[in-house]
Design a protein around this ligand. Structure first.
Ligand code: SF4
Length: 280
């Protein structure tokens, strides 16, 4: 058994959130650069600015977007890990709190969503998804999610008879309706199957996959390729100015579902596709 302390979780979460706000991963940079090389006109210039902005953020150690998001955290907790410092969720929130303070991240979380909407001033509480895994490690993936792209996401309970065409139509409709609002070029995470909530979590997980890495399932990989093509034919382009590249990738995750259901969730990720992971 391995013991993990509150302080270790706090330090890890703080670093992940501060780094994620500033640095894009190599795979994201690579697809943005590829998009820049292929794009034309004003959309090309905007891609140049997006890439330049990322370089400035990294060299100045400043957040690459003013919306430093709500902290979404996926935790894979090994069953051989002991935690004796109380409730681990508290340590995750403390890490977020310290990152906001030390990293000068924007406080964007309100306590009550309808009535009070009072800013908690430290981006707590974060959103945590725990999963038990084998072993003595804790893997933490932290993805700050801005509202511009999150608000353009959607979920629909399709009838099973709507099938593949229904899935495709819903994904395309969601991206078309979003237009320039989610700061394209976007990564489109699609969760298919499970239940209402499971499909949403799958869609969120899908945007964390290495950009452009296809689904391991050949039919879903084919569907991903078809959706990227059809989305790019919409012509929304970078920041909605029109162009050839609206989606950098479509990633699909799937799960078995009820015989009478076909849940489909679409989680849209803006070009500030931020996430960092660590294992402790
Ligand atoms: S959608 Fe993304 S890039 Fe646009 S403002 Fe929000 S976090 Fe920033």
């Amino acid at each position: 058994m391995k013991k993990i302390t509150r302080q270790k979780i706090i330090e890890t979460v703080k670093k992940l959130y501060m780094d994620a706000a500033v640095y894009l991963q190599e795979d994201v940079l690579m697809v943005l650069t590829n998009a820049y090389e292929k794009e034309l006109g004003l959309a090309k210039e905007l891609l140049r600015q997006i890439i330049e902005n990322q370089k400035i953020a990294a060299s100045e150690k400043l957040p690459l977007c003013q919306d430093t998001g709500i902290a979404v955290i996926f935790v894979e907790w090994g069953t051989e890990v002991i935690y004796e410092d109380g409730q681990p969720v508290e340590a995750f929130n403390e890490g977020v709190r310290q990152a906001v303070k030390e990293g000068y991240l924007r406080a964007s979380v309100v306590d009550d969503p309808v009535f009070e909407r009072k800013n908690t001033k430290d981006n707590t509480p974060c959103i945590i998804h725990f999963e038990l895994t084998k072993g003595d490690k804790v893997k933490i993936t932290l993805a700050p999610k801005g509202a511009g792209s999150e608000n353009m996401s959607a979920l629909r309970m399709l009838k099973p008879a709507e099938g593949l065409n229904g899935v495709k139509a819903f994904v395309i409709e969601t991206v078309r309706k979003a237009g320039g609002n989610p700061c394209p070029p976007i990564i489109v995470g699609v969760g298919i199957g499970g239940s209402f909530e499971k499909s949403a979590i799958l869609a969120k997980k899908a945007i964390l996959r290495k950009v452009g890495e296809p689904s391991k399932h050949p039919q879903y990989a084919q569907l991903e390729r078809e959706l990227v093509k059809e989305i790019n034919e919409l012509g929304i382009g970078s920041m909605g100015v029109g162009g050839n590249i609206t989606a950098l990738a479509v990633h699909i995750e799937y799960y078995p579902c009820h015989i009478a259901s076909l849940p489909v969730a679409v989680n849209i990720q803006c070009h500030s596709a931020r996430h960092m992971e660590a294992e402790i």
